[in-house]
Design a protein around this ligand. Structure first.
Ligand code: ADP
Ligand code: MG
Length: 325
Protein backbone atom coordinates (compact mmCIF):
# COMPACT_ATOMS: atom_id res chain seq x y z
CA UNK A 1 0.00 0.00 0.00
CA UNK A 2 1.25 3.49 -0.83
CA UNK A 3 0.93 5.50 2.40
CA UNK A 4 2.39 8.64 0.86
CA UNK A 5 5.03 10.78 2.49
CA UNK A 6 2.95 11.52 5.60
CA UNK A 7 1.95 7.89 6.26
CA UNK A 8 5.60 6.91 5.90
CA UNK A 9 6.65 9.52 8.47
CA UNK A 10 3.81 8.54 10.83
CA UNK A 11 5.04 4.94 10.78
CA UNK A 12 8.61 6.04 11.50
CA UNK A 13 7.30 8.14 14.38
CA UNK A 14 5.72 5.05 15.97
CA UNK A 15 8.71 2.80 15.28
CA UNK A 16 11.20 5.27 16.77
CA UNK A 17 9.11 6.68 19.61
CA UNK A 18 11.08 8.76 22.14
CA UNK A 19 10.35 8.15 25.82
CA UNK A 20 12.21 11.06 27.38
CA UNK A 21 9.69 13.93 27.96
CA UNK A 22 12.47 16.51 27.34
CA UNK A 23 13.21 15.16 23.87
CA UNK A 24 10.99 15.41 20.79
CA UNK A 25 11.75 13.15 17.84
CA UNK A 26 10.02 12.62 14.50
CA UNK A 27 6.78 14.52 13.83
CA UNK A 28 7.32 18.25 14.29
CA UNK A 29 9.22 20.87 12.29
CA UNK A 30 12.38 20.27 14.34
CA UNK A 31 13.71 17.65 16.72
CA UNK A 32 14.24 18.99 20.25
CA UNK A 33 16.73 17.98 22.92
CA UNK A 34 17.92 19.63 26.13
CA UNK A 35 20.85 22.06 26.14
CA UNK A 36 20.76 22.77 29.87
CA UNK A 37 18.10 23.04 32.63
CA UNK A 38 16.21 25.85 30.90
CA UNK A 39 17.13 25.75 27.20
CA UNK A 40 16.85 23.31 24.33
CA UNK A 41 18.49 22.75 20.97
CA UNK A 42 16.23 22.49 17.93
CA UNK A 43 17.50 20.66 14.87
CA UNK A 44 16.01 20.24 11.43
CA UNK A 45 17.30 19.01 8.10
CA UNK A 46 15.97 19.34 4.57
CA UNK A 47 17.13 17.74 1.34
CA UNK A 48 16.87 19.56 -1.98
CA UNK A 49 17.28 17.47 -5.14
CA UNK A 50 17.91 18.89 -8.60
CA UNK A 51 14.92 18.39 -10.91
CA UNK A 52 12.69 17.57 -7.94
CA UNK A 53 12.95 20.72 -5.79
CA UNK A 54 14.73 23.01 -8.21
CA UNK A 55 15.93 23.18 -11.79
CA UNK A 56 18.77 25.16 -13.33
CA UNK A 57 16.35 25.92 -16.16
CA UNK A 58 14.96 28.61 -13.91
CA UNK A 59 16.97 29.19 -10.75
CA UNK A 60 20.31 30.93 -10.40
CA UNK A 61 22.96 29.35 -8.20
CA UNK A 62 22.88 32.37 -5.90
CA UNK A 63 19.11 32.19 -5.37
CA UNK A 64 19.44 28.46 -4.79
CA UNK A 65 21.96 29.14 -2.01
CA UNK A 66 19.51 31.57 -0.39
CA UNK A 67 16.52 29.27 -0.71
CA UNK A 68 18.31 26.14 0.57
CA UNK A 69 19.02 27.94 3.83
CA UNK A 70 15.69 29.82 3.94
CA UNK A 71 13.57 26.64 3.90
CA UNK A 72 15.56 25.28 6.84
CA UNK A 73 15.38 28.51 8.84
CA UNK A 74 11.63 28.42 8.27
CA UNK A 75 11.39 25.23 10.38
CA UNK A 76 13.26 26.97 13.20
CA UNK A 77 10.87 29.96 12.91
CA UNK A 78 7.90 27.56 13.10
CA UNK A 79 9.06 26.35 16.50
CA UNK A 80 9.66 29.88 17.75
CA UNK A 81 13.40 29.35 18.17
CA UNK A 82 16.50 31.39 17.38
CA UNK A 83 18.52 30.00 14.46
CA UNK A 84 22.25 29.69 15.24
CA UNK A 85 24.20 27.21 13.11
CA UNK A 86 24.00 25.39 9.80
CA UNK A 87 25.80 22.48 8.14
CA UNK A 88 25.76 21.99 4.37
CA UNK A 89 26.34 18.71 2.57
CA UNK A 90 26.55 18.60 -1.21
CA UNK A 91 26.69 15.77 -3.74
CA UNK A 92 28.02 17.46 -6.87
CA UNK A 93 28.20 16.21 -10.47
CA UNK A 94 31.76 16.53 -11.84
CA UNK A 95 30.94 19.09 -14.54
CA UNK A 96 29.46 21.51 -11.96
CA UNK A 97 32.89 21.85 -10.37
CA UNK A 98 34.11 23.57 -13.50
CA UNK A 99 31.53 26.35 -13.38
CA UNK A 100 31.43 29.40 -11.12
CA UNK A 101 28.11 28.09 -9.84
CA UNK A 102 29.35 26.81 -6.50
CA UNK A 103 30.90 30.18 -5.63
CA UNK A 104 27.61 31.86 -6.44
CA UNK A 105 25.72 29.27 -4.39
CA UNK A 106 27.85 30.14 -1.37
CA UNK A 107 27.35 33.86 -2.05
CA UNK A 108 23.60 33.26 -1.61
CA UNK A 109 24.30 31.22 1.52
CA UNK A 110 26.50 34.00 2.92
CA UNK A 111 23.88 36.68 2.28
CA UNK A 112 21.13 34.90 4.19
CA UNK A 113 23.46 33.74 6.98
CA UNK A 114 24.56 37.36 7.51
CA UNK A 115 20.99 38.60 7.45
CA UNK A 116 19.83 36.20 10.16
CA UNK A 117 23.09 35.97 12.08
CA UNK A 118 23.57 32.26 11.44
CA UNK A 119 27.00 30.61 11.20
CA UNK A 120 28.03 27.93 8.73
CA UNK A 121 29.82 25.34 10.87
CA UNK A 122 30.56 22.47 8.49
CA UNK A 123 29.11 19.84 6.21
CA UNK A 124 30.29 17.28 3.67
CA UNK A 125 31.14 17.15 -0.04
CA UNK A 126 30.76 14.17 -2.33
CA UNK A 127 30.61 13.48 -6.06
CA UNK A 128 27.31 12.68 -7.70
CA UNK A 129 26.76 10.99 -11.06
CA UNK A 130 24.29 13.43 -12.56
CA UNK A 131 22.32 15.77 -10.35
CA UNK A 132 23.08 18.13 -7.49
CA UNK A 133 21.84 17.16 -4.02
CA UNK A 134 21.83 19.68 -1.19
CA UNK A 135 21.31 18.60 2.39
CA UNK A 136 21.16 21.33 5.03
CA UNK A 137 20.98 20.89 8.77
CA UNK A 138 20.05 23.84 10.94
CA UNK A 139 20.43 24.16 14.69
CA UNK A 140 18.52 26.64 16.82
CA UNK A 141 18.06 27.41 20.50
CA UNK A 142 14.99 28.26 22.55
CA UNK A 143 13.92 28.45 26.18
CA UNK A 144 12.52 24.94 26.70
CA UNK A 145 9.17 26.17 28.01
CA UNK A 146 8.70 28.56 25.06
CA UNK A 147 8.99 26.12 22.15
CA UNK A 148 5.99 26.08 19.79
CA UNK A 149 4.74 22.63 18.80
CA UNK A 150 2.18 21.46 16.27
CA UNK A 151 0.30 19.82 19.14
CA UNK A 152 -0.70 22.81 21.29
CA UNK A 153 -3.88 24.14 19.60
CA UNK A 154 -6.99 24.31 21.84
CA UNK A 155 -10.69 24.69 20.97
CA UNK A 156 -11.53 28.40 20.88
CA UNK A 157 -8.05 29.44 19.66
CA UNK A 158 -7.86 31.70 16.62
CA UNK A 159 -5.93 30.49 13.57
CA UNK A 160 -3.48 32.91 11.98
CA UNK A 161 -1.13 32.96 9.04
CA UNK A 162 1.65 35.35 8.10
CA UNK A 163 2.00 36.67 4.54
CA UNK A 164 0.01 35.81 1.39
CA UNK A 165 -0.64 32.23 0.32
CA UNK A 166 -0.36 30.68 -3.14
CA UNK A 167 2.03 33.17 -4.75
CA UNK A 168 5.01 30.81 -4.58
CA UNK A 169 3.30 27.86 -6.23
CA UNK A 170 1.79 30.18 -8.83
CA UNK A 171 5.35 31.41 -9.50
CA UNK A 172 6.52 27.81 -9.97
CA UNK A 173 3.63 27.25 -12.34
CA UNK A 174 4.74 30.23 -14.44
CA UNK A 175 8.29 28.88 -14.54
CA UNK A 176 7.31 25.36 -15.51
CA UNK A 177 4.88 26.46 -18.20
CA UNK A 178 7.12 29.34 -19.33
CA UNK A 179 4.11 31.63 -19.17
CA UNK A 180 4.49 35.39 -19.46
CA UNK A 181 2.77 37.58 -16.89
CA UNK A 182 3.04 41.25 -16.04
CA UNK A 183 3.62 40.44 -12.35
CA UNK A 184 6.05 37.63 -13.19
CA UNK A 185 8.95 39.07 -11.17
CA UNK A 186 6.75 39.31 -8.07
CA UNK A 187 5.72 35.64 -8.31
CA UNK A 188 9.18 34.35 -9.23
CA UNK A 189 10.71 36.18 -6.31
CA UNK A 190 8.15 34.60 -3.97
CA UNK A 191 9.08 31.16 -5.27
CA UNK A 192 12.83 31.52 -5.65
CA UNK A 193 13.65 33.68 -2.60
CA UNK A 194 11.30 32.85 0.29
CA UNK A 195 11.68 34.85 3.51
CA UNK A 196 11.94 32.75 6.67
CA UNK A 197 9.65 34.37 9.26
CA UNK A 198 12.21 34.31 12.09
CA UNK A 199 11.93 37.97 13.04
CA UNK A 200 8.14 37.95 12.93
CA UNK A 201 7.88 34.81 15.08
CA UNK A 202 10.36 36.17 17.59
CA UNK A 203 8.16 39.26 18.00
CA UNK A 204 4.85 37.35 18.06
CA UNK A 205 6.14 34.86 20.60
CA UNK A 206 7.33 37.63 22.94
CA UNK A 207 4.10 39.62 22.61
CA UNK A 208 1.30 37.03 22.49
CA UNK A 209 0.53 33.54 23.75
CA UNK A 210 1.05 31.28 20.76
CA UNK A 211 -0.36 27.78 21.32
CA UNK A 212 0.87 25.92 18.20
CA UNK A 213 2.68 26.60 14.94
CA UNK A 214 3.90 25.00 11.70
CA UNK A 215 5.51 26.41 8.59
CA UNK A 216 3.53 26.17 5.36
CA UNK A 217 5.71 24.02 3.14
CA UNK A 218 3.15 21.51 1.84
CA UNK A 219 0.09 23.74 1.35
CA UNK A 220 -2.47 25.13 3.81
CA UNK A 221 -4.79 22.08 3.53
CA UNK A 222 -2.03 19.63 4.45
CA UNK A 223 -0.26 21.69 7.05
CA UNK A 224 -3.41 22.72 8.93
CA UNK A 225 -4.25 19.03 9.16
CA UNK A 226 -0.87 18.39 10.81
CA UNK A 227 -1.85 20.92 13.51
CA UNK A 228 -5.36 19.60 14.12
CA UNK A 229 -4.28 15.97 14.06
CA UNK A 230 -1.43 16.48 16.49
CA UNK A 231 -3.52 18.79 18.71
CA UNK A 232 -6.54 16.42 18.57
CA UNK A 233 -8.90 19.21 17.55
CA UNK A 234 -10.76 20.49 14.43
CA UNK A 235 -10.85 23.81 12.58
CA UNK A 236 -13.24 26.24 10.92
CA UNK A 237 -11.72 28.33 8.16
CA UNK A 238 -13.27 31.36 6.49
CA UNK A 239 -12.49 31.56 2.77
CA UNK A 240 -12.88 35.34 2.72
CA UNK A 241 -10.13 35.69 5.35
CA UNK A 242 -7.48 33.69 3.50
CA UNK A 243 -4.76 36.17 2.54
CA UNK A 244 -4.55 36.32 -1.23
CA UNK A 245 -2.34 38.94 -2.86
CA UNK A 246 -3.81 41.45 -5.31
CA UNK A 247 -1.34 40.07 -7.85
CA UNK A 248 -2.77 36.54 -7.55
CA UNK A 249 -6.37 37.80 -7.66
CA UNK A 250 -5.60 39.77 -10.80
CA UNK A 251 -3.99 36.89 -12.63
CA UNK A 252 -6.11 33.85 -11.82
CA UNK A 253 -9.64 32.44 -11.81
CA UNK A 254 -11.25 31.49 -8.47
CA UNK A 255 -10.65 27.74 -9.01
CA UNK A 256 -6.96 28.42 -9.61
CA UNK A 257 -6.77 30.62 -6.52
CA UNK A 258 -8.21 27.73 -4.48
CA UNK A 259 -5.69 25.34 -5.96
CA UNK A 260 -2.66 27.53 -5.32
CA UNK A 261 -3.67 28.73 -1.85
CA UNK A 262 -4.87 25.42 -0.37
CA UNK A 263 -2.77 22.88 -2.20
CA UNK A 264 0.23 24.71 -3.55
CA UNK A 265 3.32 24.33 -1.40
CA UNK A 266 6.41 26.31 -0.50
CA UNK A 267 4.75 29.41 0.93
CA UNK A 268 7.10 29.26 3.94
CA UNK A 269 4.66 31.42 5.87
CA UNK A 270 3.83 30.44 9.46
CA UNK A 271 0.44 29.04 10.37
CA UNK A 272 -0.17 29.36 14.10
CA UNK A 273 -2.89 29.40 16.75
CA UNK A 274 -3.46 31.64 19.74
CA UNK A 275 -6.21 32.31 22.26
CA UNK A 276 -5.29 36.01 21.90
CA UNK A 277 -7.06 38.28 19.44
CA UNK A 278 -4.03 39.56 17.53
CA UNK A 279 -4.58 42.66 15.35
CA UNK A 280 -3.89 42.35 11.57
CA UNK A 281 -1.44 45.21 11.98
CA UNK A 282 0.72 43.36 14.54
CA UNK A 283 3.51 42.76 12.00
CA UNK A 284 3.35 46.09 10.18
CA UNK A 285 6.82 47.12 11.41
CA UNK A 286 8.18 44.13 9.49
CA UNK A 287 5.93 44.91 6.50
CA UNK A 288 4.39 41.45 6.87
CA UNK A 289 0.71 40.70 6.52
CA UNK A 290 -1.05 38.90 9.37
CA UNK A 291 -4.48 37.30 8.92
CA UNK A 292 -6.87 35.54 11.24
CA UNK A 293 -8.32 32.80 9.01
CA UNK A 294 -10.54 30.88 11.42
CA UNK A 295 -10.90 29.14 14.77
CA UNK A 296 -10.07 25.83 16.39
CA UNK A 297 -12.97 23.64 17.56
CA UNK A 298 -13.32 20.18 19.08
CA UNK A 299 -14.51 18.56 15.84
CA UNK A 300 -11.69 16.00 15.85
CA UNK A 301 -9.61 15.87 12.65
CA UNK A 302 -12.02 17.91 10.51
CA UNK A 303 -11.38 21.21 8.73
CA UNK A 304 -14.53 23.02 7.59
CA UNK A 305 -14.06 25.64 4.92
CA UNK A 306 -16.84 28.24 5.02
CA UNK A 307 -17.55 30.29 1.93
CA UNK A 308 -20.69 32.34 1.19
CA UNK A 309 -22.63 30.47 3.92
CA UNK A 310 -21.64 27.13 2.39
CA UNK A 311 -19.48 24.64 4.23
CA UNK A 312 -17.20 22.12 2.64
CA UNK A 313 -14.76 19.79 4.29
CA UNK A 314 -11.19 20.63 3.38
CA UNK A 315 -9.25 17.41 2.89
CA UNK A 316 -5.54 17.13 3.64
CA UNK A 317 -4.59 17.31 0.00
CA UNK A 318 -1.56 19.22 -0.99
CA UNK A 319 1.99 18.52 -1.85
CA UNK A 320 3.15 14.98 -1.07
CA UNK A 321 6.23 13.61 -2.83
CA UNK A 322 4.87 10.06 -3.04
CA UNK A 323 1.18 10.67 -3.66
CA UNK A 324 -0.35 8.52 -6.41
CA UNK A 325 -1.72 10.77 -9.12
P1 ADP B 1 9.02 19.77 7.14
O1 ADP B 1 8.08 19.82 5.95
O2 ADP B 1 8.66 20.67 8.25
O3 ADP B 1 10.48 19.85 6.74
P2 ADP B 1 8.80 16.96 7.00
O4 ADP B 1 7.42 16.73 6.49
O5 ADP B 1 9.96 16.87 6.07
O6 ADP B 1 8.83 18.34 7.77
O7 ADP B 1 9.10 15.96 8.18
C1 ADP B 1 8.18 15.77 9.23
C2 ADP B 1 8.87 15.01 10.35
O8 ADP B 1 9.37 13.75 9.91
C3 ADP B 1 10.08 15.73 10.92
O9 ADP B 1 10.08 15.51 12.32
C4 ADP B 1 11.27 15.04 10.26
O10 ADP B 1 12.43 15.12 11.06
C5 ADP B 1 10.77 13.62 10.14
N1 ADP B 1 11.34 12.86 8.98
C6 ADP B 1 11.15 13.14 7.66
N2 ADP B 1 11.76 12.24 6.89
C7 ADP B 1 12.38 11.35 7.73
C8 ADP B 1 13.19 10.18 7.54
N3 ADP B 1 13.49 9.73 6.32
N4 ADP B 1 13.64 9.53 8.64
C9 ADP B 1 13.34 9.99 9.88
N5 ADP B 1 12.57 11.07 10.13
C10 ADP B 1 12.09 11.76 9.08
MG1 MG C 1 8.21 22.54 8.41
Amino acid sequence: MNLGEFGFIEDLHKQFAINNPNEIGIGDDCAVFPKDDKNSYLVSSDLLCEDVHFSFNYTTWEDLGWKSIAVNLSDIAAMGAKAKYILISLAIPKNYFQSKGLNEFYKGVETICNKYNVSLMGGDTSASLKQLFISITVIGISKSNKILFRSGAKPGDFIYTTGYLGDSSYGLNLLINETENKNKDYFLNKHLKPIPRLIEMDYLKKTFNISSAIDLSDGLANDLHHIIKQSKVGADILWEQIPISEELKLNTKQSEIDYFTFRGGEDYEILFTSADKIPDTALKDFRTQLSCIGTINSNLGIVNLNQDNQHIQLKPEGFDHFRKE
